[in-house]
Design a protein around this ligand. Sequence first.
Ligand code: MN
Ligand code: MN
Length: 327
Amino acid sequence: MPGDWLAEHAAAPPRIGPEGLDAAKDRAVAAFLGLALGDALGATVEFLTPREVAAFHGTHKDIVGGGWLHLKPGRVTDDTEMSLALGRAILDHGGLVSARAAAQAFSAWMSKKPVDIGHTVRRGISSFRRSGLPWVADNPMNGGNGAAMRCLPVALATFGAPWEQVNRALRLQGHVTHSCGLADAGMEVVAALVQTALAGPSGGIAELSRLVERFVAVNPDFSPDGKPQTDPSGFIVPTLRAVFQALMQARGFEDGLVDVVNRGGDADTTGAILGMILGARCGTAALPKRWLKKLDPATRGVCEAQAAQLIAFAPAISGRDRAVTVE
Ligand code: MN
Ligand code: MN
């Protein structure tokens, strides 16, 4: 059964209540900003090997733009932009996750000629435009990290919902472009880590490491054991192996993010995914000021606003018990 590894979480979804909204809001905002910061930091070194990162940047630890996309410092890429498109679609549906609304939002985003777009994402959106169906057929080759990199708005809006509803909502958005057991498993663990981080005490990562251990016990492909995962490709397995290794060793938000992007490869996406998890755990106070100053101000504003609005819909806060999805 998907999600069985998460039995404890599934049995007792967190309840925070409206009085906890301010604290949860801070964590949610930090998660969204963490995603954008990891994307902007990592994009500079995307597709480099760790050796090339070291040769060009020493330890890469500042938001300086450039990279293969020739970005302005603080510019984000598809990881953040697709998350914002999905977040907007959820907010426009009263906090409910709809596959069709997600597909329309992704299609509108693709029309604006984004700075980058993955092959699987392009194929999925093109298929929606042709068929009108907001899902792709199962395909073991759809194991890219594109569904996991943009799942944060679902994790926020479904925080505190029964786990099967969270899973359902994740798949509705993911299957617009990616339909593959490994891609599903990747979304599940990322969303579970974000929600556990949102619920738990600030700072520590021991609880998150235990969650990773339970996940890899039933999904051994993702095990972070063994040699350091460097140069992770856009496939979800090496992406999450790099994220897990950096997460389990992280001494804080900045430390973890610097570790993961210096591994090179799909660094904007490993940065985005680890950024949302560590942001949710550490809160806004832990986000480096020098990075926030560099982040594109319009992007920063919309990430903050969406995070606050999405978390207000979360069942853990709102007490809402109706379905968190619509078709
Ligand atoms: Mn990207
Ligand atoms: Mn990427």
